[in-house]
Design a binder for this molecule. Sequence first.
Ligand SMILES: Nc1ncnc2c1ncn2[C@@H]1O[C@H](COP(=O)(O)OP(=O)(O)OP(=O)(O)O)[C@@H](O)[C@H]1O
Ligand SMILES: [Mg+2]
Length: 236
Amino acid sequence: MSKILKITGLEKTYSSGNKQLTVLHDISFDVEQGQTFSIVGPSGSGKTTLLGLCAGLDQPNSGTVELCGQNLNILNEDQRAQLRNKEVGFIFQNFQLLPTLTALENVSVPLELQGAKNATSKSKSLLEKVGLGDRMHHYPSQLSGGEQQRVALARAFANSPSILFADEPTGNLDDETGEKVIQLLLELNKENGTTLVIITHDLELANRTQHILKLKGGKIVTNQPTPSREASQRNK
Ligand SMILES: Nc1ncnc2c1ncn2[C@@H]1O[C@H](COP(=O)(O)OP(=O)(O)OP(=O)(O)O)[C@@H](O)[C@H]1O
Ligand SMILES: [Mg+2]
């Protein structure tokens, strides 16, 4: 298997005023192409910071991120944005849909901006896939949280990313809706071969991915294939 994400010796320090706070220390790990991979750890352990570095949204103080074979350190901001548009999808805990666009537009507009053909028909079929065929013309405020997260899911998959980063994708949803979103995520992952990197507090969800990385105080404490046999079978 080839490595879609290769992290070596990452360190991240925030400075506020004259204080320096190192929130990630010497982080190294790899994610294989097509893998489902969880990042877990207590609040404040550095998970979101790490995700931002992996996706090239932010830059480390030292260390390297290789995403889809490209060393992000030697790309400029525009080049990193281009790589993200082409290869990366995101799902955030608070959905981050644009309130003035309908569900359909939230999915299709980013595609159109990238010059994609058939943006509307592709978006429609993705929304149907996540069970929102009859909600396409609703605005985010007219949708439930679970429905909004499913729009975000459709949007994340619209550019057929090779890797999808999800930060607490079920954090704001009830158990049942969260379960639906997880199933969709894993299903889309299987169908498209999309690599999935999920930050979660939910150990049950983590156990359903193939690999778990645990952070504590900005350091890796566990980096191993998921012990549960169920997970490896489910993901075969
Ligand atoms: N922009 C920033 N400036 C200064 N410190 C920051 C900044 N962003 C995050 N931090 C600090 O870095 C540490 C890690 O934050 P991060 O958001 O990565 O944690 P997390 O593991 O995602 O937590 P949670 O589970 O609560 O989302 C925290 O102590 C936080 O206060
Ligand atoms: Mg976080």
